[in-house]
Design a protein around this ligand. Sequence first.
Ligand SMILES: [Zn+2]
Length: 333
Amino acid sequence: MSETPDPSWSSTDPGTKRTYHHPIHPDGPADRAMPVMVVRGVRDGATLLTLAGVHGDEYEPMAAVQRVFAALDPTTLSGTWVAVACCNVDAYLAAGREGPVDGLNLARVFPGTPEGTLTEHVAHCLTEDFIRHASFLCDLHSAGRIFRMVPLAGYIMAEPELTTIQRDAARVFGLPLVWGTAPNEGRTLSAAYAHGVPAIYCETTGAGGCRDEDVAAYAEGLRRLMIHLGMLDGHVQPPPDQRLVEDPTPESGHLQVKNVTPVDGLFRPAVDLYDKVAPGDLLGRVTDLFGNVTFECRTDTVGTVILVRHLTRVNAGDSLAVVIDMDQTTTRR
Ligand SMILES: [Zn+2]
């Protein structure tokens, strides 16, 4: 497990694990190189790519891949597990969702370009050096500093055969909610789709923290995914109480466009995660600094609150909450 400047994860010896820093490009800033963990099994098998830190303030994914790397025994593994332990180092160093160098959202610029700014370089490097070589992508996120969120595994709904592969993997990961949505441009999942690599993403609590139960659920989800992909021995089933929601309407996967405040101010939620709401119910209020209510946010849909704004200060255009209808569930076994 030595630190080595070798940029190629694929040259890891069978039955070993190691870490190294992967340069964004040959002339890229060394202090923004991506920390990579590789565990190569003793037998051939799938290559599972796991991404953490696409957004720099999402800590549960970073802690979860550390836990899996420490625990995973290469002599029990078939194939290769590759984890980028922090994709967006510039954002991580600033404790922000986006990095200060260009302010771009890494989850909107895939597949990236070698001609662009730092974040576009990172997307290009992830696409070319990692995603296109994987047999499965699992991109781990959380609600970060700004939101808190119900743990979920998501996927895009594309061709039926690919959708089935992705849905099955998302279900087996084991989180309480599984969410299929329309494809979006610019995501890691879009880059995976372009290269024919099945993919899921996950979200969890965030709220500026790193709850141990969320880290444990992610680490266990990755272990379950490896079993599902034939990389570890065992047998896994989705949990019986899991909810499956599929919404193929355009923009369905865009969280930050719903229940948006038109004004700046202080947001105080009136609901919490898992609350059931009906059209007209209050989700929260925005006030000015004198306490005057400047915006009342009410839901226009029936459903369950899956995301709530956590950071109190809001700017006009910020999303305050997301409600989805979990009861139009089709739970498949
Ligand atoms: Zn994220």
